[in-house]
Ligand binder design. Structure first.
Ligand SMILES: [Zn+2]
Length: 58
């Protein structure tokens, strides 16, 4: 199959208006107060859920 009609600029733009990237969520680490992502161990101190789960960065 082949598209019967080319979409108008307005139609393509209306569709692409909903394709923007979502803003990344950044939380503050309770342990070292550095930035960290939700559901991830802190990249600076390696703490997740008040527990060290990986070695801290030197
Ligand atoms: Zn931390």
């Amino acid at each position: 199959m082949v598209p019967a009609k080319r979409n108008s600029k307005s139609k393509s733009r209306r569709r692409r208006a909903n394709q923007a990237l979502e803003k990344k969520h950044i939380l503050v680490c309770q342990d070292c107060r550095g930035p960290r992502l939700p559901h991830k161990a802190c990249p600076q101190c390696g703490v997740y859920n008040k527990r060290t789960v990986k070695a801290a960065k030197v």
